[in-house]
Design a protein around this ligand. Structure first.
Ligand SMILES: Cc1cc2nc3c(=O)[nH]c(=O)nc-3n(C[C@H](O)[C@H](O)[C@H](O)COP(=O)(O)OP(=O)(O)OC[C@H]3O[C@@H](n4cnc5c(N)ncnc54)[C@H](O)[C@@H]3O)c2cc1C
Length: 411
């Protein structure tokens, strides 16, 4: 494996990553830790990505994801911003039937942690700075990409040319890497937006996440450090412009109405963001000397807080596949190696993609018989401990054929 190259215009790396978001930077760190030299091309300047106004989201990171971030030396940079999720309470509008998950039932650690994306990004940049064999090309646009059976050459605006054996597309839902390979993508527009903001409240949240199903869709109240929570308010798209333009007092009143009084008086803290929600999945995850990961490969509804967790499972699987292959002398960009990644991840992602889609359709629906059936479903699951434990293990991300990193081991 090659060492960090000199800063000339033609540079060689083992791997080029296009897109330095949460998935791309985690991949770079894991690959560098396995001894590969990595170039990361990110179009946004670092200052933009870590600014408070860039991304108002906080992510529920499953227990297994946190274990992976720990194994990669990232967790220690973000731990102080993490709020453990001890319980999840699911309720359907005014119905008295509900579902309650408590981590104590499994006798293990929390179900996961809530961390604001901004803090995760800062932690990733801090970890990248500790690793010699990652080179960031930040604030740079890709001008051309040439893929042949032997190598990949990426040319950047401004003259730099990066040659490598493998290119990873972690450039999000509108992935240029995916489009460049003409990989078809299926898209379903939910005609919903996720309105996101943080709130401060009088009463502590006790580490409990609440998911309420309201007629327009799920309304999630997710615990952050201190007396703060992150809201994901799913709303019909045609109403979002009006809600986003509400004066602060009216916006606060709408939030209080949906939150209820269990947190006492609540008030929005900081900005508001609105994300269009859709389901999309790529038909293939690989092509000649390239693979796509994270939202570039699959974008799902945030109803179960699993999109980033899935992307990081892609990262863990890919790192394991190519580290194993390199150790027996295989070409890391070969079809044989990349098929190992694609086969593993297609099967795992397909299940969660279908489940989140089904959940959103079922719970963003106010038809009386559907409401009655889902309420009975919640109550039944709540009364059957093995079924509850099964769902909790899924929320913790500890189910399925786990790559080593998700078990907290080096790949
Ligand atoms: C409202 C909401 C709440 C969510 N909550 C959760 C949650 O609780 N838990 C969870 O697991 N997931 C959650 N998700 C999903 C999660 O946010 C995404 O799955 C995750 O951000 C995807 O990360 P990514 O790195 O793949 O893509 P992105 O975050 O889109 O990053 C892509 C990066 O690539 C860069 N880029 C794009 N094009 C180029 C190019 N041509 N050249 C160079 N760089 C480029 C971009 O600037 C960006 O930095 C939520 C999503 C939404 C909408």
């Amino acid at each position: 494996m090659s060492k960090k190259p000199a800063k000339n215009t033609e540079q060689n790396f083992d791997i080029t990553i296009i897109g330095g978001g949460l998935v791309g930077l985690t991949a770079a760190i894991g690959l560098a830790q396995s001894g590969f030299s990595v170039a990361v091309v990110e179009r946004a300047p670092k200052g933009d990505l870590t600014a408070a106004e860039y991304d108002g989201r906080a992510s529920a990171l499953a227990f297994a994801t946190c274990r992976m971030l720990e194994a990669l030396g990232i967790w220690r940079h973000m731990e102080k911003f993490a709020q453990p999720i001890n319980e999840i309470r699911v309720s359907d509008g005014p119905s008295l039937l509900h579902l309650h998950f408590d981590h104590k039932a499994l006798g293990e650690g929390p179900l996961g942690n809530m961390v604001e994306n901004r803090h995760t990004r800062i932690a990733l940049f801090d970890r990248v700075a500790e690793l010699e064999n990652i080179r960031l090309f930040q604030g740079k646009e890709v001008e051309t990409m040439e893929r042949t059976v032997e190598k990949i050459v990426v040319s950047l605006a401004g003259g730099a040319q990066i040659t490598s054996k493998l290119m990873l597309g972690t450039d999000g839902r509108n992935s240029m890497v995916r489009r460049s390979a003409n990989i078809p993508v299926s898209v379903f527009d939910y005609k919903q937006h996720g309105i996101v903001c943080s709130i401060e409240h009088e009463i502590g949240h006790e580490g409990i996440a609440h998911e309420r199903f309201l007629p327009a869709g799920p309304f999630a109240i997710l615990p952050l450090t201190g007396n703060r929570s992150s809201l994901v308010w799913t709303e019909k798209s045609h109403l979002v412009k009006t809600i986003m333009a509400l004066p602060e007092r009216s916006f606060a009143a709408e939030i209080q109405r949906r939150t209820g009084d269990f947190l006492g008086k609540v008030k929005p803290a900081g900005g508001r963001w609105a994300y269009p929600l859709s389901l999309q999945y790529a038909d293939a995850y690989t092509d000649t000397r390239m693979a796509i990961l994270g939202d570039a490969a699959h974008g799902i509804h945030p109803i179960a807080g699993q999109g980033l967790n899935l992307g990081l499972r892609d990262v863990a699987a890919l790192i394991e596949v190519i580290t194993d292959s390199a150790s027996v002398g295989l070409d890391i960009g070969s079809e044989q190696v990349l098929n190992g990644y694609a086969g593993w991840r297609h099967a795992d992602n397909a299940t969660l993609i279908s489940v989140t889609d089904l959940l959103n359709r079922l719970f963003s629906n106010d038809v009386a018989p559907v409401r009655a059936a889902r309420d009975i479903g919640l109550a039944v699951v709540n009364e059957i401990p093995p079924l509850k434990n099964f769902f909790m293990s899924h929320a913790r991300g500890t189910v399925g054929e786990l790559p080593k990193l998700l078990r907290g081991e080096a790949p």
